[in-house]
Design a binder for this molecule. Structure first.
Ligand SMILES: NC(=O)c1ccc[n+]([C@@H]2O[C@H](COP(=O)([O-])OP(=O)(O)OC[C@H]3O[C@@H](n4cnc5c(N)ncnc54)[C@H](OP(=O)(O)O)[C@@H]3O)[C@@H](O)[C@H]2O)c1
Length: 271
């Protein structure tokens, strides 16, 4: 997907939340070998060193990869974020990151001071794109009203049970790329895997349910970052470019939308 500054962001990436360093190293290597060019990590995942080492050890050129990391809540604020970024960059062992995100909304003042640091890093060329996670329309609008460079990405919980159509419309209208985290319903993935509607669509296409869900995101033009530390699943989750869901499939999946959120509400996170 093309971001509003023309940077190309691969639509499918590998998530690494809850991936231990030794797992993350193998997962990232497997993913890059399987064709992934986009990896999502964060300071709080405590696996940036492993992710960076796997990137270094891969045969793919740095400029062909898209690496995201995020500033953690306790590091928000202008100076704090600049410092936290250097720590992340050092752990990753990289010269730059492709996308630097604010991990959670921590109030309007923090939002602006932290974002200002992201703008500074962007102007210095240390990050190729900047954005946020866990922002709703009112958080994004406040940011847009007060900053120089509009955020390029908003990464939020999105899955078949929480489809975020309104937020997507707002993002599209404002040139912000929506990115789905917990796309398979995260620790509740069992519910996705047992869903009868998805099961029927999967059988029809001779694909797995996770492949159907990932394909659904691609057709909605939402960037998606399924996480796995299991090599066969990592490979399977990227094998989603050779088939298409039809309108009937898309409409059936749309009916699963149920506003079911499993991560905290954005306005009052207490961590
Ligand atoms: N910005 C934020 O606040 C935020 C919050 C949460 C997540 N994220 C990002 O989004 C990424 C994805 O979200 P997530 O990790 O919470 O959840 P997810 O990707 O929805 O689900 C991950 C779970 O699905 C399993 N899985 C993956 N592919 C599978 C397959 N083909 N068949 C069966 N099971 C499969 C994984 O198991 P195994 O690993 O055991 O294979 C893991 O238990 C994270 O890793 C992280 O990078 C960001």
């Amino acid at each position: 997907m093309k971001l509003h500054n023309q940077l190309e962001m691969p639509i499918v990436g590998l998530g690494t939340f809850r991936s231990k360093p030794e797992e993350a190293y193998i997962a990232v290597k497997t993913a890059i070998d399987a064709g992934y060019r986009h990896i999502d990590t964060a300071a709080i995942y405590r696996n940036e060193e492993a992710v960076g080492k796997a990137v270094k050890d891969s045969k793919v050129k740095r400029e062909d990869l898209f690496i995201t990391t995020k500033v953690w809540n306790s590091d928000q604020g202008y100076e704090e974020t600049l410092k936290a970024f250097e720590v992340s960059l050092d752990k990753l062992g990289l010269e730059y990151v492709d996308l630097y995100l604010i991990h959670w909304f921590k109030g309007y003042d923090k939002s602006l001071s932290t974002y200002k640091a992201l703008e500074t890093l962007y102007k210095q060329g240390k990050v190729k794109a900047i954005g946020v996670c866990n922002y709703n329309i009112h958080h994004l609008q406040h940011l847009i009203d007060h900053v120089e460079i509009k955020p390029m990405v908003n990464q939020v919980e999105t899955h078949v049970f929480l489809q975020n159509h309104k937020l997507q419309e707002y993002c599209v209208n404002n040139g912000i790329q929506l990115e789905a985290y917990a796309p398979l319903f995260s620790h509740n993935i069992k519910e996705t895997l047992e869903n009868e509607t998805l099961n029927l669509i999967a059988k029809k296409h001779n694909k797995s349910i996770p492949q159907i869900v990932i394909r659904w995101f691609i057709q909605r033009e939402i960037v998606v970052i399924p996480k796995s530390v299991t090599p066969s699943r990592i490979i399977q989750n990227f094998d989603v470019f050779g088939f298409e869901l039809d309108d009937e499939d898309m409409n059936k999946i749309r009916k699963l939308n149920a506003a079911r959120k499993i991560f905290p509400e954005f306005d009052n996170v207490d961590f």
